[in-house]
Design a protein around this ligand. Structure first.
Ligand SMILES: [Zn+2]
Length: 76
């Protein structure tokens, strides 16, 4: 029996390793092009990559995390 995918293809949901915020804060000031001074210090739990502080993020983005450039290398 063929496997039926009820939800269809999900092209915009790549399986990625995400870095998680170990600390959350605000940038000391806004930079040109930013929409938010919010950000966090992101570290990958998988490889330990320390991305440092990233800003111009929404609360949702901070909570979700950002893709690890080391673990996701070669995925565009
Ligand atoms: Zn990583």
């Amino acid at each position: 029996m063929p496997r039926v995918d009820l939800f269809g293809p999900v092209p915009r949901k790549p399986r990625r390793v995400m870095m998680h915020a170990v600390d959350i804060g605000q940038a000391p000031g806004m930079m040109p092009g930013w929409t938010s001074a919010k950000g966090g210090k992101f570290v990958c739990r998988r490889c330990g990559h320390d991305a440092g502080w990233l800003f111009d993020m929404t609360d949702t983005e901070i909570r979700r995390g950002v893709p690890c450039p080391v673990c996701n290398e070669g995925e565009g």
